[in-house]
Design a protein around this ligand. Structure first.
Ligand code: ATP
Ligand code: MG
Length: 279
């Protein structure tokens, strides 16, 4: 059964009703716009305020970082001076005393050789031991010696470091430098040298390597010093017992740089310090 279609007729509004409806809708829209504009203004104000706070905090952090780096540099300079003092005392006092003792033992051995050959032989042996200790103390003193380094002298100093390590350890220690490496200043050169010195000493002491390679390199913005070895390698632990790695990180940080300690895929370690070329 077909439903009878009901014809819908829309009631036409009268002129008055149309005008007042449009008016209230316009007022409503205007209110919404007002509220939106107010909310936007408040939000913008809050964003501006927060941005100001963040910029201030950022400036304070930057200032604190600069202060900290300055403090670290000063501490390292103190440590360098102390090292030099201990090195000089070791060389001028301990080495001289030990050398004199060795001479005394030798001459006494000669004097009593005719009467007591066994005692003389013991004294000769003791003199040799003391002389060996003179050598060790001299090496220690050399390691502690002040390195008079200028920024442009770093290349030669690293070359000498590799040569000395070769001589004293018997491990092949090579050196390679890129052309035109710029080191920001003398202090940076000294810290980079000390970092390489500790890394080479570690490689000699701990790695059982056959080869060590010291490199001085650069890219457009950074300077880097690396010490690679082909020894047994080690797993990096933050809380290592020794001072060496800790001091290397500290020095890299004071130069606004970074110390990377990585195991090489081929075996051994790659210790790299990278610093900005401009201090
Ligand atoms: N090239 C390396 N190859 C193998 N092991 C290494 C190497 N460098 C460091 N290590 C390991 O890391 C440890 C920490 O080194 P770090 O230089 O901090 O201390 P250290 O050499 O033992 O003592 P210190 O430097 O205070 O005289 C070493 O004891 C060693 O086990
Ligand atoms: Mg060490």
């Amino acid at each position: 059964m077909a439903k009878a279609k009901k014809k819908r007729t829309r009631k036409k509004p009268t002129g008055m009703a149309t005008r007042s409806g449009a008016h209230s809708s316009l007022a409503h829209q205007a209110r919404i716009i007002d509220v939106t504009v107010q909310a936007r203004d408040e939000l913008e104000q809050r964003v501006a305020e927060r941005t100001r706070q963040l910029l201030n905090t950022n400036k304070e952090l930057e200032r604190a970082m600069v202060d900290r780096q300055q403090l670290e540099r000063e501490l390292l300079e103190i440590s360098e001076r102390e090292k030099r003092r201990i090195g000089e005392d070791l060389h001028d006092m301990v080495c001289q005393e030990l050398a004199a003792t060795a001479l005394f033992l030798k001459s006494t051995a000669k004097e009593i050789a005719a009467d007591n050959a066994a005692a003389a032989a013991t004294l000769e042996e003791s003199a040799k031991t003391v002389n060996r200790n003179v050598g060790l103390a001299r090496e220690l003193a050399r390691g502690l010696q002040a390195v008079e380094l200028t920024a442009s002298g770093l290349k030669n100093a690293l070359r000498n470091l590799a040569a000395q390590a070769c001589d004293s350890s018997g491990i092949k220690c090579h050196f390679k430098a890129a052309r035109g490496v710029r080191v920001p200043d003398d202090t940076s050169a000294l810290h980079l040298y000390r970092i390489a010195q500790e890394a080479v000493t570690n490689a000699v002491k701990h790695s059982e390597a056959k080869n060590i390679l010291v490199t001085l390199d650069r890219n457009p913005t950074h300077t880097c010093v690396s010490v690679l070895d082909d020894g047994k390698g080690f797993a990096v632990r933050r809380r290592a017992k020794g001072l060496g790695l800790h001091m290397m990180r500290y020095r890299a940080n004071a130069l606004g740089g970074e110390l990377k300690i990585e195991r090489r895929r081929t075996g051994g370690m790659d210790i790299t310090c990278i610093i900005p070329s401009r201090g």
